[in-house]
Ligand binder design. Structure first.
Ligand code: AMP
Ligand code: MG
Length: 410
């Protein structure tokens, strides 16, 4: 058996950063930038008002109340140049509208009296020069670095880019992932089960997991436990995908052909890892006709094992391919306190228990409890879990013990 860290390092070494592509902002959320963005435009592009009110000269309202002549109105979208503010006068102005020439302060509607359509307004509070004015360039100026290399683009980043008039951005291409399930016992067409058959759930689960993590998937189908069939599916996948995920066929059984095939057509290492669940993992790369190496993650077949293995090895590898740096390959690891004992026995392995991890306001700590039965075939707890608690080798951990939890969702 090898350690978790060794297995992970091996997998990550086989996952190279993808090439880059230019994406429109509409497609770029979740991608990692492959360029820096320097602003070419000023934001805001003109001095504008932060409130609804009146554009005035601060000197005119040094003593209040004061009555000013209302000589115009400027709304958002208007230029303001046609409505200059002369001494003794005010221009009615709406949030976001340009500050008209001559004015040096804005008085809020709340600090005035009089009809909103009248020819005069009574100002009841004095103003300092610049009050409620957002100067041009208050947010961004040409030459400002706005987004760095290696940034995971969020909705807010895209908003910033839209604000400065950028419409496309160079990002690392996210991997497209082919998914294959293997096993003679599997049925995937909804038909009645013959004796010994079970339904294929892994392929759907993994595809939807991958998609929810921002990876496009390709269904490479259900392969029988047959070397030729598995090989054909893998070779087909290698041409159309950046990575392949298989489930099943990597254990010690007589019909575990995934590792056999991968050994033959790829540069593969079959690992027995000191973790529970998900001990076996076959990882290797297949050479594509264009010369690039396509990583293949041969995950174990038990549904819980395949999901845990995906979280521990495959998702970080795919994030590396997507351009994330080493510190951001996991979604989040927190420290939590056990609500109740978590059973385990010394077996030389790290146990990754399916847990529910909740932030407790009263104690400002994460509280951790088991999500249910922990068998590697028992999906209910996997479905209920939002984290994997790392239980180091040893006996049962008592209530109150501190554990590391790998979050499954942000
Ligand atoms: P294997 O890794 O092929 O030895 O499979 C381990 C266990 O997982 C067996 O009980 C399989 O029947 C089950 N299994 C394998 N593949 C799937 C799948 N795609 N969906 C559901 N269960 C599976
Ligand atoms: Mg099998």
């Amino acid at each position: 058996m090898i350690t978790f860290d060794e297995a992970r390092a091996f997998v990550l070494a086989g996952c190279a950063r993808n090439a880059t592509e230019l994406l429109g902002l509409n497609e770029a959320r979740g991608s990692v930038t492959a360029q820096e963005v320097v602003a070419a435009e000023q934001v805001p592009p003109f001095a504008n008002t932060a409130v609804d009110g009146y554009a005035v000269l601060a000197a005119d309202i040094a003593s209040v109340p004061t009555t000013l002549q209302v000589t115009g109105t400027v709304r958002a979208g208007m230029s303001g140049a046609d409505s200059p503010v002369a001494p003794g006068c005010a221009v009615r102005i709406m949030t976001g509208a340009p500050v008209p020439p001559g004015a040096d302060a804005i008085v809020m509607v709340e600090d005035t009296e009089g009809s909103p359509t009248g020819d005069t307004v009574v100002v009841t509070a004095s103003a300092t020069v610049g009050q409620h004015i957002r100067p041009a360039g208050d947010d961004v100026n040409p030459g400002d670095p706005v987004i760095g290399f290696g940034t995971e683009l969020t909705a807010a980043h895209l908003g910033v880019l839209a604000t400065i008039g950028v419409t496309e951005i160079e990002v690392v291409r996210r991997p497209r992932v082919g998914v294959i399930s293997t096993g003679d016992e599997l049925v995937d067409d909804g038909s009645a089960l013959a004796p010994g058959q079970i339904r294929d759930s892994n392929r759907l689960t993994l595809r939807k997991l991958l998609e929810s993590h921002g990876f496009e998937t390709i269904d490479l189908g259900l392969a029988q436990d047959d070397e030729q069939v598995i090989e054909a599916a893998m070779l087909l996948g290698a041409e159309s995908c950046d990575a392949i995920v298989t489930t099943g066929g990597v254990s010690m059984g007589d019909f575990d052909f995934v590792k056999v095939v991968l050994e033959r057509i790829g540069d593969m290492r079959w690992m027995q890892i000191a973790i529970r669940p998900a001990k076996p993992l076959a990882f290797g790369t297949i050479a594509r006709s264009d010369g690039t190496a396509v990583p293949v993650f041969g995950l174990p077949g038990n549904p819980v094992s395949s999901m845990v293995s995906y979280e521990l090895f495959c998702r970080p590898g795919l994030r590396k391919m997507s351009g994330f740096d080493d510190e951001n390959l996991d979604i989040g690891i927190v420290s939590g306190v056990l609500d109740a004992p978590m059973k385990r026995r010394p077996d030389g392995k790290i146990n990754f228990a399916r847990v529910v991890c909740r932030w407790d306001m009263a104690t400002s700590t994460y509280r951790v409890r088991s999500a249910g039965a922990q068998g590697s075939h028992q999906m209910a707890a996997m479905a209920a879990a939002n984290g994997l608690a790392e239980l180091p080798d040893g006996p049962t951990l008592e209530a109150g013990a501190t554990v590391r939890v790998r979050l499954l969702r942000p």
